[in-house]
Write a protein that binds this ligand. Structure first.
Ligand SMILES: Nc1ncnc2c1ncn2[C@@H]1O[C@H](COP(=O)(O)OP(=O)(O)OP(=O)(O)O)[C@@H](O)[C@H]1O
Ligand SMILES: [Mg+2]
Length: 594
């Protein structure tokens, strides 16, 4: 028994479980009530066992009482009371449990939203669902269901043990020693199931990821005939989960039978020695019957305790994972006393910035760049050179490794994230639209915008004509990720959203290459509207944007190799921009002229 407690304590080294208390605190009254109710539920068990002694002795052996009506009546009455209490306890437990689960999930969700882009880059969707949702369920439900059982069992055990001692202390000592022995197989259980449990978690999250990818990637799966390939991968995950489940059974399911055997030894010893005690008249038959009943009542739950104990261990492990998540801190967060970035600012400066996603694999090398208010900087260069990366540093999706980005000579890390991001509107290469209507998606730019403002944004984004053709207008549902819209329409919804935000800094990862010429021209006009009077960072593929930019920054292999206006850069003999222009952009120029 001591060993179990020791092992149990060892498990607690990782996480201090008292951290769950703040979640119980708001509901402490009902939670306490639920626990208190478990005391009579447990103790009432003993009443039945106890009542058997006078019944046996007075009615069956001595026959001094004729019609003991109160005994059967009492048994039924007690059971009714127990039933009512049970119902109330279950109700209260579910209520408290539901509230705590919701609160925990809310805290986890808030935590999730606080993490930086890099956190999500490294993880799969299945991991996120499992860690932030399933683990919270597992932690709370496992804990609460088992807590109720646990508390009532403890009190039932205490009162039943009291009955044992009341009837015969010699037999009771045997019973209690055997009881202790029955717990022995539980020692080390945690260590035995921990690795299997960890693997089960990652296998279960792999299955969620598989579903997500099959959903999001269904077109790729169909077009590459990946049905069989996907099926094989899925079948692998399933058989992995299967073998883990079997492993879990191998490691735990002998517990209960083992405890069964130990318990039967106890019952055997009690009956054997008990018979001797009766024959030598040391105890009455009533004592004996009452003792055996109490003993069986005491041992019955213990036999299934093995399974219970596993469940509790699993929910403890889930609690540990939950608290690990809650303890981990986002790396990109507000400094203490962070300032608010004012809307009116004059210049943005990149000072010797270096950046890497993976340690010692530099993606941006020593880049310096000055941008004045209202200027447009166009980034051009080879694919994978670091253009998208450099612009993602401005709203702090990632933080620089060294150097600094400054707005009006103050490091952007000294501004609040909220104010920094309020001043920046981003249109990505691949824009995320939420399921809902066009209007709802545009409103994300400014949640309290008037209908007038939305109309204006639609016009500026060249979406008004398209919206007018829809039966439900801007209340049209666009499907998950905007699946029901064309590429160009999606892009323009994103542009309209950025419009409504009306931020002084615009970041455009301009990816219109996927669009046909006509759609491209429309999106381009929308983008031109968006760029007006703003400080713009644009990753440009279009000659007109590049030529009109105040500055063109050529990024090659993470280095800023050329910087200047179109005319300036064209003057550099064998310059990279000039080469790029001649290879790529000239075609566009002739195509536009034709
Ligand atoms: N989240 C990420 N984690 C790790 N590496 C990344 C990540 N995003 C990009 N990279 C790597 O960083 C480098 C720069 O990528 P980036 O997306 O900035 O290129 P780019 O210039 O925008 O290219 P393109 O013109 O093709 O869009 C690439 O080598 C890419 O593989
Ligand atoms: Mg890019």
């Amino acid at each position: 028994m001591l060993k179990i407690i020791e092992n149990f304590k060892k498990g607690q080294v990782y996480v201090n479980y008292s951290r769950i208390l703040p979640y119980v605190k708001p509901y402490w009254f009902r939670a306490t009530l639920a626990m208190l109710i478990c005391i009579p539920i447990g103790s009432l068990d003993a009443v039945i066992a106890l009542s058997l002694k006078p019944y046996m002795d007075l009615v069956m052996v001595e026959k001094t009482v004729q019609s003991p009506w109160y005994i059967p009546f009492g048994i039924v009455a007690f059971t009714i009371i127990q039933g009512l209490l049970n119902y109330t306890a279950t109700y209260l437990n579910t209520w408290v449990g539901g509230k705590i689960t919701n609160d925990l999930k809310m805290t986890l969700y808030k935590k999730m939203l606080s993490f930086e882009t890099g956190y999500f880059d490294k993880r799969k969707s299945g991991d996120i669902v499992f860690r932030f949702n399933n683990d919270a369920d597992l932690a709370c439900s496992g804990l609460l269901e088992n807590l109720k059982t646990f508390v009532s069992r403890i009190f039932s055990s205490i009162s039943l043990i009291a009955v044992l001692f009341y009837n015969s202390w010699q037999l009771a000592v045997i019973a209690v020693v055997v009881l202790g022995g029955a717990f022995l197989p539980l020692a080390n259980i945690r260590k035995r199931i921990k690795s299997v449990m960890d693997k089960t978690v990652s296998a279960s999250s792999a299955i969620i990821t598989a579903y997500n990818e099959s959903f999001a990637g269904n077109k790729t799966i169909i077009s590459y005939n990946l049905g069989d390939y996907q099926k094989n991968r899925f079948s692998e995950i399933l058989s992995n989960i299967f073998s883990l489940r079997i492993k879990m059974v191998q490691r735990t399911s002998w517990l209960s039978p083992m405890m069964h055997v130990i318990v039967s030894v106890g019952i055997g010893l009690a009956i054997g020695y008990g018979s001797h005690l009766i024959l030598t008249k040391q105890i009455t038959s009533g004592n004996f019957v009452s003792f055996i009943t109490a003993l069986i009542m005491l041992y019955t739950p213990i036999k299934s305790l093995g399974n219970n104990f596993n469940a509790v261990q699993m929910s403890f492990m889930a609690i540990e994972r939950v608290f690990n998540v809650l303890e981990s801190q986002p790396t990109i967060k507000d400094k203490e006393n962070a300032k608010t970035l004012p809307r009116e600012h004059k210049k943005i400066k990149f000072e010797n910035i270096n950046f890497e996603y993976i340690k010692n694999k530099p993606v941006l090398k020593n880049i310096s760049l000055d941008v004045n208010k209202g200027e447009t900087v166009a980034f051009v260069g080879n694919s994978g050179g670091g253009k998208s990366t450099i612009v993602s540093l401005v709203p702090r999706f990632y933080d620089v490794i060294s150097g600094a980005i400054k707005i009006d000579d103050i490091n952007i890390r000294d501004y609040t994230l909220k104010s920094l991001r309020e001043n920046i509107a981003v249109v990505f290469q691949d824009n995320f639209l939420f399921s809902g209507t066009i209007k709802e998606n545009i409103l994300l730019g400014k949640q309290n915008a008037s209908d007038e403002e939305i109309k204006n944004a639609l016009q500026m984004a060249y979406l008004d004509e398209f919206v007018a053709t829809l039966k439900d207008g801007w209340d049209t549902q666009i499907g998950e990720r905007g699946m029901l819209l064309s590429g160009g329409q999606k892009q323009r919804v994103a542009i309209a959203r950025a419009f409504l935000k009306n931020a002084p800094i615009i970041i455009l990862d301009e990816a219109t290459s996927a669009l046909d010429n006509k759609a491209e021209a429309i999106v381009q006009k929308a983008i031109d509207n968006l760029m007006k009077d703003k400080t713009v960072f644009v990753i440009a593929h279009r000659l007109s944007t590049i030529q009109n930019a105040d500055k063109i920054a050529v990024i090659n292999e993470g280095k800023l190799v050329e910087l200047g206006s179109h005319e300036e850069l064209m003057k550099i003999e064998n310059g990279q921009y000039k080469t790029l222009y001649e290879m790529q952009f000239k075609k566009q120029a002739t195509a536009t002229k034709a």
